[in-house]
Structure formats: C-alpha cells, structure tokens
Design a protein around this ligand. Sequence first.
Ligand code: NAP
Length: 292
Amino acid sequence: MRLEENNLMTKNILICGGTGLLGPIAGNVLSGQFSVRIHGKSKKADCQGNLISYAETEALLNKEMPDVILNLVALTNVDTCEEDLQLAYNLNVEIPKNLALWCKKNKSLLIQISTDHIYNSAYASEEDVNLVNNYALTKLAGEASVLMVDGMVLRTNFFGRSQTEGRVSFSDWVLKSLKAREPVNLFKDVFFNPLSMKTLSELLAVVINSPHPGVYNLGSREGLSKEDFARTLGDMAGLQHHFAKSVSFADLDLKAARPLDMRMNVEKFELTFEVTLPTLKSEIEGILTSEI
Ligand SMILES: NC(=O)c1ccc[n+]([C@@H]2O[C@H](COP(=O)([O-])OP(=O)(O)OC[C@H]3O[C@@H](n4cnc5c(N)ncnc54)[C@H](OP(=O)(O)O)[C@@H]3O)[C@@H](O)[C@H]2O)c1
C-alpha cells in the first residue's frame, strides 16, 4: 500500500535503528495503531542490515515496502563522533541520505529523529542553530536530504526507563546513582527540555497520522538544568540526593565540547500539530508512574 492510495488502511511503519534506546518504546507505542517492523544492525530484529550501503538499504526496503520510515539510526556517542568524523558522517549523514533516496523513488514518508544538541541558547527556535561539535554538525547535515524529499525532522531529546541492554538513559543513570548514594556530578549550568520516551512515541503517532513536512523542535514546555532534573527526579522517587555534587560544566575536562543550553522553543510543533506539550516536571513524574 502506498500512502496516497488509501490513508484509512493501516500504515506500515519501519523503525530503522529500532534496537537502540528509543526504538523499543517507540515500537511498543506505535504498534497499538500501526503495523510496525523493527530494523537493527547487530542486534536481532524483524529485519537487519547495514544501511551505510545504498545497495543493502534498497534491497531491505524493497522487501519491507514501508509507507513510513522512522529513522533512529545514529552515532549518538558525542566523544566517538569527535574522534571519528568519518563514522559520524556515515551514520548521521549518509544513512538519512540513502533512506531519503529510496523514499523519493517509492513515495514513502521519512521521519528523521534529530537532536537538541544543535542549539546553544535559551529556548532556541528552529533557525537558531549553534554547532559546537561533530555530533551536532553531522546530525544537522543529515537533516538536509530528509527535507528535500518532504520528510519531517524532529529535533528532540528524551529520557525514561531503557528496555535495551547496554543502553542507559539519563534518568536511569540518575536513579541508579542516587540509589547507590554515589557522589555523582550534577551540572548546574547545562539546561535541556526533553520528553519522556513514552510521550515522544505518542507524539510520533500524531505526526504519522497527520504529517506536515518540515523541521520541528519537540520537547517539554519548561526545561530545567541537569542538576534540577536529577534532584526533582530524586525527590519524586523518594531518594536522598544531598551527597550528589553541584558542579559547573567548566569543572570537567571532556573530549568534545558540549552545548550548555539545549532548551528548545516548541511553539511551532504545538501550533502545527494542535497539541499542548507537557512540562518537564510532569514528564519526570510520568516515568515514575508509567508502565513503560
Ligand atoms: N540517546 C539520546 O539521549 C538522544 C538524545 C537526542 C536525540 N537522539 C536521537 O534519537 C535517535 C535515536 O537515538 P538512540 O539513543 O535510540 O540510538 P542508539 O541507542 O544509539 O541506537 C542506534 C541504532 O542504530 C543502529 N545502527 C548503528 N549502526 C548502523 C548501521 N551502520 N546501519 C544500520 N543501523 C545501524 C543500531 O543497531 P544495532 O544496535 O542493532 O547495532 C541501533 O538500533 C538518534 O537519531 C539520536 O541522534 C538521541
């Protein structure tokens, strides 16, 4: 089934890179409404392939024939992106380009998950890009081919309970550290406005049902510093956190530069898709009460 033939029929969604952190939660939520298949590279999945090669990508997609591709493949390790620009380019730029090429030929919709890491100012709008490292540079470059085929780019960040062995979210790390009473460093001067993976996945269903091509910031309404996020999560989970250290980003010596303020202005998404996004505090509460 192609998209324009019959929108009332169930859409086939292929989640590329669905074996990572976000993929299992997105797959779980979206399978309530759509026919969902999960792609992975090294981990077992409904289908597998190295999407750096266009020939391999084309063969896999010709078999799957998705109406919608949700691309979650990325090199997300910021320090590895700094050390190996070629690998970052292959995963963050070449793969979206390969998927876009196939989508153009087959009239499928491409949804690319991008990042808040391309910003560095309070409540940045979509045009306020400020790149400080290779991860940001390659993720932004990867967006171009998606937009050229009328796809959707969602710049976001997320947290929540990981269902993937070997992948830990920021909130998983906070809860584990506080439970173990470790004197971890919490940044008082790094700000963000992520969504829980569950809410983000529910919003993916909204955009799949009513696509509007373009680039959108997708986060919670009111952000927090990473320190306030961690202490709020600790309070809501009934965990002590006085032993965690309040530090400045400048106190640490990391390989790659990081943006200090990744808070996004989310008005364009709210107006276009006619939704009111939740606050970060309500999202933190949500991960403690939700099943996923
Ligand atoms: N994690 C975050 O906190 C965060 C924040 C903001 C934005 N994002 C964005 O959100 C998206 C999803 O992130 P995530 O954390 O869920 O990713 P992730 O856990 O790093 O997963 C990456 C996925 O890419 C697949 N992959 C790796 N190399 C591949 C290749 N050559 N060909 C095909 N597939 C390949 C992996 O497959 P295997 O595991 O099977 O090998 C895995 O499914 C990314 O676009 C990321 O930039 C993430």
